[in-house]
Ligand binder design. Structure first.
Ligand code: DMJ
Length: 633
């Protein structure tokens, strides 16, 4: 039996040559080399000399001109994704030489990337990504989505915490303070939708004070970030500090501040009832009593994600008590032992100590790291020396993240942040909650302090640690994007595991068989839900502002389209999903308040003018409510 291949080597070379671009010089040389004149010329010495000059001339031109056809551009090149970034110039030159001797085969003709139809069925509108009008149109689509979400909520659930869009009713999952109204209010202000500002603002004016005085148990953290944060940012954006209503709709801004003070006074009992500076997790609003969570422990992220809001309340009310209580938490945590800045996810209000070993940047850990940076930024960075310990804690923690939690997947080297469920001496778990996708944005913000990368470089502000953090931010943002791309719906699961050298698990892919990262990302059946969370688009927003790289806008648009396609409910509102890996995805029947408060707000700002709510003048609380930097003391 013959061992020969069913095709000859020549055929392959021919096929490759067929698709290869041939320059004008090459055509001339080749016809010269193959013509009879070649033989005539080579037989005489002048001819030999001329022939040599011609060969050298052609070689020179090929080495000094980029002869790769400009129309054949990979998707990564379009989005500015740099591969082999570490290549130095000598390898570059070597590459040119290689190209000269053996040119890469031209790929078969393909559509430009933005005319592709993705495998999860979401159409990508043909786009020149730097076309301003494209982003105006896309921003308008987000505004329409917000109006649609609000109308559904208003129709079926006005005054309830959340909308159940499939059942077409409301539910009080957060204590009954109309959380969607307050979470959505400043988004409507930012989008300039006066009608919604008027509706939400009037509801606050007419109902919220009464609810606050009558309602029972609420969670300190959730109520602070959504309701207190929402009221305070509405106060600022509507012109409260200027003593006027600049939002042209809704009540006098003082209503927001008075309601915030009323709420803040009751929430303070969580701090003052605790025997240590660590607050209890729950407050009963009507009698201002506070209680630990069942089991007695508070989440580390919850006790350390109150300070932006309480500090700002002190600043605008002129009463220092709010900020003082909240900052005692940070001062106390500063004194506790840590693992390279990393902390366990539970803390006891009784002993004031961390409990357990579990370290992660996902649920119960996440915004601890976010607020270390943002509370420091809020104080106006260099101006307040008393607070610089927070920035030191942040930097130490990010070094700890890089050293202990960052790994790469096999086969394709995606960078992810895993967990240490049994502490520093226990095994590494390659698990990453979608919640961790806040980290790229925080890392980028921490590197440039809200300036663009260009500005920060020009001002010589970036040290090597900042650059490393910025690089990690970009790598992680890519991973977060791929957590969406890898599923059939184009929407991320709540939790992903990653295939590493030590860890693999078969049979749990995201359903998008054509994803390059199908074998890198593992999605277990219990983790396939999507709650309309904001973290990934939040990071795209921050990274776009800082790097000015349009790929973040484009990625955000793809995610928005997937939300539109799979989570929009015909009768009104948007719904969380039970399973992002199947089409059609089963609905979970809940529109979380942060879809209006965060997800749509960040998408709107991502597509909009970069001077709108600038990152060096505002910090966004963890629920995306912007709070101005540099407080009045
Ligand atoms: C929001 O309530 C906040 O962003 C919080 O910090 C984490 N979880 C949700 C959104 O996913």
């Amino acid at each position: 039996m013959s061992n020969s291949l069913p095709y000859s080597r020549k055929d392959v070379d021919y096929d490759n040559a067929k698709f290869r671009h041939r320059s004008f010089f090459k055509v001339i040389t080749q016809s010269f080399l193959t013509s009879n004149r070649k033989r005539d010329c080579i037989s005489c010495s002048t001819g030999k000399f001329l022939f040599l000059i011609l060969i050298f001339g052609v070689a020179y031109l090929m080495l000094t001109h980029d002869t790769i056809p400009s129309r054949v551009v990979s998707r990564d090149q379009v989005f500015g994704i740099r591969k082999n970034e570490d290549n130095n110039s000598s390898t570059h030159d070597a590459g040119r030489l290689k190209k000269f001797w053996r040119r890469a085969p031209r790929l078969p003709p393909q559509l430009p990337p933005d005319t592709k139809v993705s495998t999860n069925g979401i159409n990508h509108v043909p786009a020149t990504l730097d076309d301003k009008s494209l982003w105006i149109t896309r921003q308008q689509k987000v505004k329409e989505a917000f109006t649609y979400a609000w109308s559904g909520y208003k129709k079926y659930a006005m005054g309830y915490d959340e909308l159940m869009p499939v059942s077409q009713r409301g539910i009080d999952g957060l204590g009954g303070l109309g959380a969607t109204v307050v979470d959505a209010l400043d988004t409507a202000m930012i989008m300039g939708i006066d009608e919604v500002v008027a509706e939400a603002g009037s509801w606050v004016e007419e109902h919220l004070a009464q609810r606050i005085s009558e309602k029972g148990q609420v969670n300190l953290f959730e109520t602070t970030i959504r309701v207190l944060g929402g009221l305070l940012s509405a106060y600022h954006l509507s012109g409260g500090e200027k003593g006027m209503n600049i939002s042209h709709a809704g009540p006098n801004p003082s209503v927001y501040l008075e309601t915030a003070k009323n709420l803040g006074d009751r929430l303070l009992s969580a701090f003052t009832s605790s025997p240590t500076p660590i607050p209890f997790s729950d407050v009963v609003l009507h009698d201002s009593s506070a209680h630990p969570a069942p089991g007695g422990l508070s989440s580390t992220s919850e006790v350390s994600t109150l300070q932006l809001e309480f500090n700002y309340l002190s600043s605008v009310s002129g009463d220092p008590k709010y900020g003082m209580e909240a900052m005692k938490v940070m001062e106390h945590i500063k004194s506790l032992p840590k693992i390279e800045g990393l902390v366990p996810i539970y803390i006891s209000p009784d002993s004031g100590q961390f409990i357990g070993q579990n370290i992660r940047l996902g649920s119960r850990g996440d915004s601890y790291y976010e607020y270390l940076l943002k509370v420091w930024l809020q104080s106006g960075t260099s101006s307040d020396k008393n607070i610089s310990y927070l920035y030191d804690m942040y930097k130490e923690a990010m070094n700890g993240v890089r050293h202990r939690l960052v790994q790469k997947t096999v086969p394709n080297g995606l960078v992810f942040v895993g967990e240490l469920p049994a502490g520093k001496d226990g095994a590494f778990s390659p698990k990453m909650d979608h919640l961790v996708c806040f980290l790229p944005g925080t890392l980028a913000l921490g590197a440039t302090k809200g300036l663009t990368r260009k500005q920060a470089m020009a001002n010589n502000m970036l040290n090597s640690e900042d650059l490393e953090n910025l690089k990690l931010a970009e790598d992680l943002a890519k991973t977060c994007y791929e957590m969406y791309s890898v599923t059939s719906t184009g929407l991320a699961p709540e939790i992903a595991y990653f295939h590493t050298k030590e860890f693999s698990e078969q049979g749990h892919d995201g359903g998008n068989k054509s994803s390059e990262y199908m074998h890198d990302i593992i999605i277990r059946p219990a983790d396939r839900h999507n709650l309309l969370r904001p973290e990934t688009v939040e990071s795209f927003f921050v990274l776009y502002r800082i790097t000015e790289d349009l790929k973040y806008r484009e990625w955000g648009w793809q995610i928005f389209e997937a939300f539109e396609k799979y989570t929009k409910i015909e009768t009104g509102g948007y719904s969380s999903l039970d399973d992002v890996t199947v089409i059609p995805p089963p609905k979970r029947d809940k529109m979380e308040t942060f879809f209006l408060g965060e997800t749509l707000k960040y998408l709107y700002l991502l597509f909009g003018d970069i001077s709108h709510i600038p990152l060096d003048k505002f910090v966004f609380n963890t629920e995306a409510h912007p709070i101005p930097i540099n407080l009045k003391k």
